[in-house]
Design a protein around this ligand. Structure first.
Ligand SMILES: [Zn+2]
Length: 410
């Protein structure tokens, strides 16, 4: 089933989910499980399947169907949309992020439908996650089409034997854009111009210093931060410098990763415009507005005229659940029952649809948003990479955990 989903491309920029939704819809039709399609943007439908249970409470399982582009297909060992099954793995774009998880959820839905779970379980397959959820989870949450008291986000790892874990939060980001303006001139007379690229290059090292700004985190997060780092350090492929970066990943703003650089049009024209866009990720519980203030200070320290900075930051970054909350302890019990391992609790370094759920699904019982747990068959190092794969063993483990959780949820 994972392979079938991989064979139905849903990559951005189109992010088309029609073929995947049709496949999932006919699967549920064949099983007699009711499903509905909700579409805000043409070509990007979402689908939900309802498995009825023995209480009036609803567990939401949420996963996305869209994937990131493949880069150069000829660089892949197996064709990116082939869904090849080899070496105990399913290969292809989206296998790990996160069509494998979607397939596991489909199996769990079938099993639960046969035995009637103690609570209702809605299985949501959404579009648009990779670009912020506008036609997917964000819309479904904001419009209150999503319904439920607890959310399982399939967009994660946790199944790998020896490294079993449960995601109890995810990081947030601050988009930071530097813009340099100068004055154009002929390239032969640079003294008559004011080179925007030169100005930008002088400020970039100052922005990078935000990576040395220690975040203030709530003490209740200490254990989770420690176990998140320990889990990432179990990757045997990391070099010594990568290990050092990992060990700072939660206590400091990540990176900053300079991901876009634009400027200049012609080799004989002094550029009057240049921009740099950084990706800076922040651990939940820190104060993003303080980080924003520090970035602005650093740019001011650079004292290069004509260079401005724009930092997008909200009062909170990402989200986290307390380690002792009932949703976390009950989910961890389900994982322990399936895997026989004590799961470590982690904060996912990437963003997930949980953020929309926390923001819009607020109730009297859960004023900060309903609990959201991240767990799935994903292999974290595979995200958005060439030769993406998911181990079949992980798919089976995730399906079991999704099917078991309703029996531990109270
Ligand atoms: Zn994902």
């Amino acid at each position: 089933m994972c392979s079938q989903l991989v064979k139905r491309p849903s990559a951005h920029p189109e992010g088309r989910t029609v073929e995947c939704v049709e496949y999932i819809g006919s699967y549920f039709d064949d099983l007699g499980i009711p499903s509905e399609v909700h579409e805000m943007s043409e070509g990007k439908p979402n689908i939900v399947a309802h498995v009825g249970g023995g209480s009036d409470r609803t567990i939401m399982w949420v996963g996305h169907l869209d994937v990131v582009p493949v880069g150069k297909p000829e660089n892949w060992t197996y064709p990116p949309y082939g869904g090849e099954v080899a070496d105990g793995r399913v290969w292809g774009r989206g296998s790990s992020d996160m069509k494998g998880s979607d397939a596991s959820a489909m199996v769990a839905a079938r099993v639960l439908n046969e035995i009637e779970p103690p609570h209702n379980v809605d299985f949501w397959f959404t579009s648009d996650e990779e670009i912020g959820g506008g036609a997917g989870a964000r819309w479904l949450a904001e419009e209150r089409i999503f319904q439920g008291e607890v959310a399982i986000i399939g967009d994660g790892g946790g199944c790998t034997p020896g490294q079993v874990s449960v995601g109890v939060g995810n990081k947030g980001g601050t988009g930071t854009r530097l813009v340099a303006r100068g004055k154009t001139a002929h390239g032969s007379t640079p003294h008559l111009g004011d080179n925007a690229i030169d100005k930008l290059l002088r400020v970039i090292p100052y922005v990078r210093r935000i990576g040395e700004y220690r975040l203030e985190l709530p003490s209740e997060l200490e254990g989770i931060v420690k176990s998140s780092v320990e889990l990432l350090l179990k990757d045997p492929g990391l070099s010594e410098s990568q290990r050092q970066m990992v060990s700072r990943l939660y206590d400091y703003p990540s990176g900053p990763s300079l991901n876009v650089l634009n400027g200049g049009e012609k080799s004989n024209v002094v550029p009057d415009y240049a921009e740099a866009v950084f990706d800076i990720r922040l651990t939940p519980g820190c104060d993003p507005l303080k980080v924003k203030g520090r970035i602005e200070e650093l740019v001011a320290e650079a004292a290069v005229p004509g260079v401005s900075v724009e930092v997008r930051a909200s009062p909170t970054a990402g989200y986290y659940e307390r380690a002792d909350s009932s949703a976390v302890t009950q989910f961890a019990e389900a994982v322990r029952a399936v895997t026989g391992e004590e799961p470590s609790l982690t904060i996912a370094p990437w963003g997930t649809d949980a953020v929309s759920i926390k923001r819009f699904m607020r109730t009297e019982e859960a004023p900060d948003g309903i609990p959201a747990i991240i767990f799935g068959p994903m292999v974290e190092s595979q995200l958005h990479q060439q030769d993406e794969y998911v181990p079949i063993e992980n798919l089976v483990t995730a399906a079991k955990v999704y099917a078991c959780f309703p029996f531990f949820y109270a």
